[in-house]
Each structure stands twice: as structure tokens, then as C-alpha cells.
Design a protein around this ligand. Sequence first.
Ligand code: SAM
Length: 241
Amino acid sequence: MENIRFRMEAFFYNIAKRLWLCFCVVTKAEQRSSFLTKIRFGKACHQRATFTVPSRYPLLFQACADYLASTKQPKVMSFGCSIGEEVFSIGQYLPHATIVGVDINRWCLRQCRKKNKNPNFTFVHRFSKDFENASSFDAIFCLAVFQRTENRTNQDNSKASGFMFDEFESEITMLDKKLRPGGLLIIDHADFSFEETGVAKKYQPLKSFEHNKIQRFRPLFDRENWKIAEEHDSYRVFVKC
Ligand SMILES: C[S@@+](CC[C@H](N)C(=O)[O-])C[C@H]1O[C@@H](n2cnc3c(N)ncnc32)[C@H](O)[C@@H]1O
């Protein structure tokens, strides 16, 4: 009897959850955009959530500004820029920079362009010609983009599923080609370790950055997508040799 009651409750809970999701997709532009991006770009969309806040990574922004202090007009990319807060924050640390925000979610890019007042900032789609042709960056930020929430929240997350190591490595390899030698690759909140990728042998952690290594309380997966740790220490800023 208790089993039947439990099943009924689970059934109605799932219906209510789906109805709530439909309601959000219909009434909230942000949720609708995540849903449409998922339908349109499928697996090419890594992290579907678009959460961001201004000045989210002050230490990383400062480390980048210190490293590029003598570069006259640094060229910086924010890969997975969401609604642009990352670009606007980096701009405060590097006022002479040209900054390109990249995202796969068209609604996010529209919010970025609406808010932007700086002619040195541009916002381009991940699958645009502009992005394809973009190169010679002095720094590339990829923060909270190389992850999938379900890899953390699934009841059984012993193996990464939605976003896998092959996709991670292929995106890192693509970004590596857009970074000039001596440039910085900045990566945080990822499901995989940058050091596991093939291109990592060309990079060194930025030694002058005191807070480069940080403890992250989140699962880490290996090249075969198996979970290897529930928490781990990670470098975040790497110099391309
Ligand atoms: C959680 S937000 C991170 C925003 C910001 N980087 C931060 O850390 O505050 C992740 C963003 O990555 C974008 N994204 C997901 N897959 C992408 C891809 N293949 N190329 C570019 N952006 C992508 C999402 O649309 C979303 O806006």
C-alpha cells in the first residue's frame, strides 16, 4: 500500500515538475532561450544554465590584468559570456582591451549587445564566421562553460554523461589555436582537468599568480569520463609557451 502511495506521489510530482517547466518556458525569456538553445544546438551546448554575476572572479581578472600590464591594447575573449557581465567586469580591469564575448545562446548575446556601451566590446555567436575568423588573443577566459549541471547533480554521477571529455578536449584544442604564444588560458568550474588534454603540454601554470591553485568542492572526471574525485585542487591560469 505504501509502495503504491509512493508511486502516485512520484507520478504527480513529475507531472507538476513538467507543467512548471512548460510554464517557465512560455513565460520567461531566459528559460525559453536555454530550452531553444538545447533544441537547436544539442550536444554542442555544454553548460545550459546561463547564471552569471558582475565581478564573479576578481582574482582571475586581476591576475590577467597584472600579466598583460605592458600590453598596449590586449585582445581578450570571454568564451561562454552569458549576458555579458564577465566582459564588462574584465573591461574594468583592462580598460584598453578589445574584448570579444562568445556564446551559443542568442538571447544572451542580445542582452549583451543591448547593455553594451563600449565600442571595444563585441559579442559573437559560437557558430558565426566572426568567431571562426577570430584569432591571436592575449587571453581567453572559459569560466563555468565546460561543465554540465547534471554531471554534478545526477543521483548516479559515477560517469559524466551530458558533456564528455572528447567534447571538452576538442573545444580546448580549438581555443588553443586562437591564443597567441605567451597568452593566457583561464579555466575554472570545469568537469575535466585541462592538464589531461593533448594541448596542455604546451602550457605552464602561471607561477606569479599566488592564488592560482584552488580547492573545488565538485566532482572531477577523467579522459574516459569516470569520476575520479569528489573534490580537487586545480590550477586555473595557464601560460602558452
Ligand atoms: C554558467 S554560464 C557562465 C557565464 C560566465 N562565464 C560566468 O562564469 O559567470 C555558461 C554559458 O556558457 C554558454 N555556452 C554553453 N555552451 C557553449 C558553447 N558551445 N559555446 C559558447 N558558449 C556556450 C551558455 O549559453 C551560458 O551562457
